[in-house]
Design a protein around this ligand. Structure first.
Ligand code: ZN
Length: 249
């Protein structure tokens, strides 16, 4: 369902879609300019696992409404796939969650948390480094108010792997996109959540030679994992992920 907000913008309502087993996904905005990552929820009556926080408190609140509308149990754990803003800036709008993230991301997010975020600061940073423009303009549009805004480092870190009590496995893969890139496996549902792990570095750090890391995609393929979910595109079946991984062999 979509609504028109009185001007000429179409607002697509956030909604959770069932993927497989216990896994639900809430896709982000398909417009790349809005830099909005999707999130996933592993539903569990003992407390769900939310994978990524949304790009802003406003986005997180929309996701929370969508969760309630779908009747899904609220999250007790929030797992960061990596430290990039469009995956973590919504965290401060999720109450009562333990935030799980890789130890390298924790260091980076401590630095991010110390920056004086505001629309003025975003403008100054873009003036000093124009390559930040697309990312920082998207942040300026995503955050309507800085009141109560905070970048939250993970409260529970890991180095290689971690298993949450609800059968969700978190594994560090690293790579060129982000040093803390982490994949989240839900074995009983045949789903692997990839975050942005195989994407090239973020735009302001990218060189013309950078390509998606298809070798990483191939390493992650497994016959008992039927769905592969990256944050900025529709889910891939095993066959689609195999084809994507083979593309530039
Ligand atoms: Zn990213």
């Amino acid at each position: 369902m979509s609504t028109i907000d009185g001007e000429d913008h179409v607002i697509i309502d956030m909604a959770f879609q069932h993927l497989a087993g216990r896994v639900w996904i809430c896709p982000g905005d398909p417009d790349p300019a809005s830099v909005q990552a999707g999130v996933a929820l592993v539903a569990d009556e003992r407390g769900s696992v939310l994978v990524d926080a949304g790009q802003s408190p406003a986005h997180a609140r929309e996701i929370r409404s969508a969760l309630a509308a779908a009747g899904l149990p609220p999250p007790r754990w929030l797992v960061y796939t990596h430290h990039h803003w469009d995956h973590v800036w919504g965290a401060c709008a999720w109450p009562d969650v333990e935030i799980v993230g890789h130890v390298a991301g924790e260091r980076l997010l401590r630095e991010e948390a110390a920056r004086p975020w505001s629309h003025r600061y975003l403008r100054e940073q873009v003036r000093a480094n124009p390559r930040l423009g697309p990312s920082f303009r998207a942040r300026a549009l995503a955050v309507d108010s800085w009141d109560g805004f905070a970048v939250l480092p993970p409260t529970r870190t890991f180095t290689d792997e971690l298993e949450l009590p609800v059968g969700v496995r978190v594994r560090h893969v690293g790579g060129a996109h982000a040093p803390d890139s982490t994949v989240v496996a839900v074995p009983d549902s045949g789903v692997l959540l990839l975050g942005d792990c195989f994407y090239p570095p973020p735009a302001h750090l990218r060189t013309p030679e950078d390509r998606p890391d298809l070798a990483l995609v191939r390493r992650l393929l497994a016959d008992d994992v039927h769905w592969y979910v990256a944050s900025h595109q529709p889910p891939m079946t095993l066959d689609e992920a195999r084809a994507a991984g083979a593309a530039a062999r």
